[in-house]
Design a protein around this ligand. Sequence first.
Ligand code: FES
Length: 605
Amino acid sequence: LNASLKIDFEPVGLRGPCQPGISVLECARHLGVDLVNLCGGAGKCGRCSVQIIAGDTTPLTKTEKNILSEDHIRRGYRLACETMPLSDLKVAVPPDSLTAPQRAQVESMESPVVPEPLIRLYPVELFQPGFVDLSSDFRRLSNGLTEKYGIHKLSIDVDVLSELPARLRDGKRNICVGLRQQEIIALTGPDTKPMGIAVDLGTTKIAVYLVDLEIGRVLASKGMMNPQIKYGEDIISRFMYAQASPEQAVRLWKIVIDTLNQMISGLCTDSGVLTENIFEVVIVCNTAMHHLFLGLPTESLSRAPYIPVIDSDLDVKAGKFGLKTAKGAYIHFLPNIAGYVGSDHVAMLLAVGILQKKGVVLALDIGTNTEICLSDNGRLSSLSCASGPAFEGAHVKFGMRAANGAIERLRIEDNMTTYQTIGGRPARGFCGSGILDVVAELYKAGAVEKSGRMIDGHPLIRHMDGHKEFVIAVKNSDQTKSSEITFSQKDLREIQLAKGAIRTGIETLLKANNRAKEEIGQIIIAGAFGSYIDLENAKKVGMLPNISEDRIIQVGNAAGLGSRLALASRTKREEAVQIASQVEYIELAAFPGFSTMFTEAMYMG
Ligand code: FES
């Protein structure tokens, strides 16, 4: 028996060893993946289904053939309790099969907006066609709007046009016409309220908001992991997947559309809204997600100098992309700035009101790529740094995403470790904020040098199999097995690279603007990870410059807020375009002195 197989559960981000002869459900339990298993693994409930993305397993059993649909079987779905690995496995866990929902942040600061939607509904009274008036259906409708509201030069969406004859002849005289500027995009009943959807489409997480366009308020919101993760955690591997064949590109696109539709339907059901009353969608995302969504070629974006196909804002028909909305609704994409600085950065800057800021302000959204903007009295410069997925839990042995059981806070006092986990569940790894704490606390405790080297002989550091490590906790993912959660010298190097990249970005922007860190009036930190970090520790490890904490604010999902503002207000949409046009993009790796700055930024403190 080969006891050294590896199993990787996505999008949970938990991976570890597994053994042939043990079911995928057992492996999940061992690694702390909370798979639903109502029948306890007896092959009866059918709730533990997972999708095998890569690797060999034992063949489909009779039980599985009985429980799973043909379509699911074709797509590689299996019952985790009936399936055993025969090689390294990559497994996708659908949201329904998870008991503990992942923390996908949708919250942000609030920002009241004066509603100024692009969409307006106009009630009109229609007259039945007859011999007296021989004008076409469309002319009769547009004449009605001209007479009542003085609106001229109307056009109409072709799908709405095809439903017009039936509408005019169904005996109901009062309807509402949904207008987007001069275009008729919907015909609805008289009491319809116009709704919109704002989306922050991240590489790892998706946040969706249902917005009442008349009052500009969020009615409901939902966060989910981006299901594309199973085809590649980072953008480069997704590009490779999409570029391999047109079918794969479509698969990558379709899985996002299906998830968005699922999220939109859920929000609408919860709020008693019909999906056909969604008249506008705004999506913000990085440039790569933007191109993948639109089906644009990604070859030039995936190679230096990373040229996007388009950077201006864009309107496309939602129906063409399979989104469940009103027939003629549009998706509006805010402008991108560069290959690695997308509309999510523009949305973040819009949300924090960057154009209204005085003095020197830094705004950063920390993720696999961290985008940073420096505003020097309204003069904007932005860059992107490859901070990598270490803060998302990847490349760190016991790293995991922010889900139940992840250590999110950790303190060391008198060489004693205390920690707190998400959901108060038994520890099974640590997420980004926990990792940052580990590094900072080890440094404070004198167990790590300024260079990042773990100190031999320190009581917190032990030698194990030729490497140095810190033992954080003993995890009990099941009652029979226990093992340790450790943080090694190698893990520490990964974190140094990540935080060093961010600090290099900050220093580069300061240098490009001839500013010193003492002149920074405010640092704004956006994004899920950034909202949970301990600021003191972020400064301690040298990720952020050492400025007083009252000048640093954590604003949550600002990109999501920016998408809502652009959805609710045309003025805000114009402001987004202005921001994008004002940003001077800086290519970090080409900036003079980059390597020296990066080496220095790796140091603690
Ligand atoms: S746990 Fe019930 S069928 Fe697998």
